[in-house]
Design a protein. Sequence first.
Length: 63
Amino acid sequence: MADDKMKRGGADRQRVAANEPYEVEYFARKHGLSRQEAERLIREIGNDRAKLDAAAEKLQKSS
């Protein structure tokens, strides 16, 4: 997430800010994951939103 909250744009939306609790909560809720599962995915995959979305969907299909 941008340091200056007024500077928002496409690049800011392409990443999940793992250090922002509300972003992790939103990602977890969006995919029906627990906060711990979401944090684990972010640690393993990184903060690229597209890659995380794909991994979360794959995780949900395998459950």
